[in-house]
Design a protein around this ligand. Structure first.
Ligand SMILES: *Cc1c(COP(=O)(O)O)cnc(C)c1O
Length: 354
């Protein structure tokens, strides 16, 4: 049987990923826990984790849900895996057997861990999402220590990617108040925003940069560390034709050809995560030129004005990467880089490159 090829592919750059990890590890002054939740922010769990495991600054990985932990454990990369959200009671022994580090936020959870489990005490210092309040965390941490299962303690910043760092400092102060009353264990707090804005934090053994590891920083923190986008997204031209002057293109007839217009139809759409809200604004890179996406972005396809270019069926065009950035696409789609990246669908092939 002939091989059937994907219509879109995400090239995952080892050198960009490693460069970002080196820069972030240097800025935090610690090894890193790389968040690879949500398919490594859309970059592909397996491809990304394999490339990252070759970097000496990666202590381990963090995932959001138990099935991600299981999939990652199956790769046997020899690095610790931290689960970031609470498992159900029946999942605890399964995950402990896999060696997954478990978040703990109550005495009941601390008591229920099997003796071979490894726990990271989660302290809620102001995010109000998960974790034990600081005044409860100390006794939970001491109990985990008594049971010989306490490996780490962590918290999560709510506002570290914003210009005003007042609340982030307050959260860290609360976290230190807990750490001061616990035996020494691996403490970690900063996400990417925290590393970029706060730099080295006293007493921290690790840090957890997600989006920054994949190459993106909040606008006011660009330039703090040399980050490069790890992903280049390409899609294939499936058809080339000419729309006559005055004809409309795509659903709703939103765009009218002002002149005879050479159009390339591309095999990527909103079902793959290309934001439908970017209609009327989006551009792509065709033969190193920025070209407009015209008409409504469809579920599986969009059309590009390629007038004057020699474009053929089967050509690859660049949807985002170093020139047209995910940040631009997010702005056109009225969302954020996180959502654009994690929305990238299953039909897109992920390929590791040098
Ligand atoms: C997702 C997540 C991170 C990474 O956040 P970024 O903003 O992508 O750097 C770190 N810690 C926790 C607990 C998270 O859920």
């Amino acid at each position: 049987m002939a091989a059937l090829s994907a219509r879109a592919r995400a090239l995952i750059s080892r050198s960009a990923l490693h460069g970002n990890l080196s820069a972030l590890s240097a800025r935090s002054g610690t090894p890193l826990i790389l968040p690879v939740k949500a398919g490594a922010y859309g970059h592909g769990l397996e491809v990304t984790a394999r490339l990252a495991a070759e970097h000496p600054g990666v202590w381990g990985f963090a995932v959001a849900v138990p099935r991600e932990a299981q999939a990652l454990a199956a790769l046997e990369l020899g690095r610790p895996i931290l689960l970031l959200t609470p498992p159900t009671p029946d999942e605890v022994p399964v995950l402990a057997d896999l060696g997954v580090r478990l978040p703990v936020a109550s005495l009941a959870e601390a008591e229920a861990l099997p003796p071979h489990a490894r726990a990271h005490l989660k302290v809620d210092t102001g995010m109000n999402r998960l974790g034990a309040r600081p005044e409860e965390a100390v006794s939970i941490g001491r109990r985990l220590h008594e049971r010989g299962v306490l490996e780490g303690v962590y918290t999560h910043f709510a506002t570290s990617d914003e210009p005003d760092l007042g609340f982030a400092h307050e959260q860290f102060r609360r976290f230190q108040g807990v750490l001061d009353r616990l035996p020494p264990v691996l403490a970690h707090a900063s996400n990417g925003g925290g590393i970029l804005s706060l730099g080295e934090l006293p007493g921290m053994a690790l840090a957890r940069p997600g989006l920054a590891s994949y190459g993106f920083a909040p606008a006011h923190l660009r330039g703090v560390a040399p980050l490069r986008p790890v992903m280049t997204l390409q899609a294939r031209v499936t058809h080339v034709h000419t729309a006559r002057a005055g004809e409309t293109v795509s659903y709703g007839g939103l765009w009218t050809a002002p002149r005879d217009t050479r159009l390339a139809t591309v095999g990527l759409g909103y079902a793959d995560g290309y934001p439908r809200n970017a209609t009327g604004k989006a551009q792509v890179l065709v033969q190193e030129e920025r070209r407009a996406v015209v008409g409504r972005i469809c579920m599986d396809q969009f059309m590009v004005d390629v007038t004057g270019l020699e474009v053929q069926t089967g050509d690859w065009i660049e949807v985002w990467g170093r020139q047209v950035t995910v940040s631009e696409v997010a702005a056109w789609g009225e969302t954020v880089e996180y959502e654009v990246l994690t929305g990238l669908g299953e039909r897109v092939e992920r390929i590791g490159v040098a």
